[in-house]
Design a protein around this ligand. Structure first.
Ligand code: FAD
Length: 381
């Protein structure tokens, strides 16, 4: 049997795409295949995003922050009203959506591992580790591999981290405040920071994060977190959970089709914002754009293009971090000192005007961006 759409990977992107497809009445006759690896690894993360008004995933939000901080020494938390920074647990997301997807009459959900995909003019053959093969007219693939970036002409960095969620036996945290980037940790020639998300007076996630070229050994992230806690005299705590990740930071056009029948989605489709690694809320927007195109022509591979001026700003910032990786802390601190967080969040959402973008650039020695601009002008975008 041939499916209209196959989705490889029921993580954030695959799940949101499947939900969007079955929610559109004019696609109600379409058959959808979802393939995800067996096991529960997909539940291992928390997703945060900022929003100003009602959000379609509000029902899953477990915690909201009203203040954030980007600092090096004296922590100052700034209110972000009308935004809140919202936290969703991966486990809640999947506990809600998996049963819906698995029981939906349009969907066949199989637990297997995709090994390869062969595309013909109008069909994709999806080969599974179980030796079975499935056929679909259009295939969405969320398997990301850094090899896709190995010969990129663009800067390629990673946002890599390990996070430990801990519980203390004393009340030490303020659960309304999130540390976006605490640069007080030794930079060691990179852009390194602690990301801290308390969820109660006794519970918080500490994520030691780098924007750099290569991951560290697991023990290095964890030691950095324990040192950070010790410096803050937090010694009596127990470990609740651990999360680990590496998100590609590159303006490389990952969104391009992988073949005539296969479109990459999620991190594999370049849906993470190259300069920050935030991908979750963007995935919601991307699935809307994809399904809008499918509604118009369900037989055609829906292509998306993201080379706009925000892509270009990401390129300039990554060019700087690529060449001077240790400069990131100064850059982000200056930006948050000089500009309101609401403006910066709107800029990261790609909703600012050109004048506002000039004001963002000018917060940070514009000469370095002008030089980067000319470097890429000569190199070719
Ligand atoms: C720990 C962590 C925390 C993050 N926090 C945030 C955050 O706070 N905010 C934010 O915006 N972004 C965040 N991100 C980035 C991004 O939102 C997530 O990585 C998100 O899960 C990406 O969605 P995805 O669908 O591309 O990948 P995933 O959610 O990882 O889904 C990929 C799916 O593909 C499946 N798969 C892989 N290979 C195969 C195969 N061969 N066959 C079948 N199935 C396969 C996997 O099992 C998985 O279910 C975080 C990432 C991590 C790792």
């Amino acid at each position: 049997m041939s499916f209209d759409f196959a989705i490889i990977g029921a993580g954030a992107a695959g799940t949101l795409l499947a939900v969007e497809l079955v929610n559109r009445p004019c696609l109600s006759t379409k058959r959808i295949l979802i393939i995800d690896r067996p096991g529960g690894d997909y539940r291992d993360r928390t997703w945060c995003f900022w929003a100003t008004k009602e959000h379609s995933l509000d029902f899953l939000v477990k915690h909201r922050y009203t203040h954030i901080s980007v600092n090096e020494k004296d922590k100052q938390y700034t209110p972000i009203h009308p935004y809140t920074y919202n936290r969703i647990e991966g486990a809640d997301f999947h506990d809600h959506y998996r049963p819906i997807l698995k029981s939906h009459p349009q969907i066949e959900f199989i637990e297997d591992e995709v090994v390869s995909i062969n595309s013909e003019k109008n069909l994709a053959h999806i080969n599974l580790v179980s030796n079975e093969s499935k056929i679909a007219k259009i295939c969405f693939d969320s398997r990301f591999d850094y090899n896709r970036l190995s010969d990129s002409k663009y800067p390629v960095l990673q946002q890599h981290f390990i996070g430990l969620e801990i519980e203390t036996n004393q009340e030490v945290f303020d659960a309304s405040k999130a540390d976006f980037m605490d640069f007080s940790v030794p930079q060691k020639g990179n852009t390194r920071f602690m990301y801290v998300l308390p969820t109660s007076a006794t519970r918080a996630l500490f994520e030691y994060t780098l924007f750099s070229h290569q991951p560290l050994k697991d023990s290095e992230y964890e030691e950095a977190i324990h040192e950070y806690l010790a410096l803050r005299k937090i010694s009596n705590y127990k470990l609740i959970s651990r999360e680990k990740g590496s998100i590609p930071m590159s303006p490389h056009p990952l969104w391009r089709p992988l073949s005539s029948r296969v479109l990459p989605i999620g991190l594999n489709g370049g849906w993470a914002k190259p300069s920050t690694g935030f991908a979750f809320n963007r995935s919601l927007q991307r699935v809307g754009q994809i399904v809008d195109r499918i509604e118009k022509d369900p037989e055609r591979l829906p292509k998306l293009k993201f080379k706009n001026r925000f892509w270009f700003y990401d390129l300039l910032l990554l060019d700087l971090l690529n060449r001077k990786n240790g400069e990131g802390s100064k850059l982000f601190i200056r930006l948050f000192e000089k500009r309101k967080p609401q403006l910066i969040l709107r800029f990261l959402d790609e909703k600012t005007s050109f004048i506002e973008e000039l004001s963002i650039m000018s917060a940070n020695r514009p000469i370095q961006f002008i030089k980067a601009f000319f470097r890429w002008l000569f190199k070719g975008f």
